[in-house]
Design a binder for this molecule. Structure first.
Ligand SMILES: [Zn+2]
Length: 123
């Protein structure tokens, strides 16, 4: 993957095939220079054309949210057993608004792709 310089992904997620795409992989990592999160999807379109989309920062976060439901397993999943309770590895953020009487609070969660969620703060 590439941002300010070439870097190795921190983890690689293998995604479900869809009607349009096969051999789907989602790589994630951090740029060693500016330390922004980077996400990159690599997949083959039904007509054999490879597609590579790279996103960084908040767009990387959005990309992870978009594809999180398609993840089958990750390259690091075997190691994960040690870290069951808290979100592990690359996290993405979710904001949930919760109604409490007349007030609406925004709860910020850090999520991973194994279904773990941790409340970070309430706004
Ligand atoms: Zn960078």
């Amino acid at each position: 993957m590439y941002h300010c310089c070439k870097t190795k992904p921190d983890d690689i997620y293998y995604l479900k095939e869809t009607n349009l795409y096969t051999y789907r992989m989602l790589s994630i990592g951090f740029c060693p220079i500016c330390s922004k999160p980077i996400a990159e999807i690599y997949q083959f379109r039904f007509d054999g054309v490879p597609e590579r989309i790279t996103a960084s920062g908040i767009e990387a976060n959005n990309m992870m949210q978009k594809y999180s439901g398609d993840i089958l397993f990750s390259a690091r999943e075997v190691n994960y057993k040690k870290f069951k309770s808290k979100p592990f590895g690359w996290r993405y953020g979710i904001n949930k608004s919760v109604k409490n009487g007349k007030k609406t609070a925004i709860k910020q969660y850090a999520c991973d792709f194994y279904g773990n969620k941790e409340l970070v703060k309430i706004l």
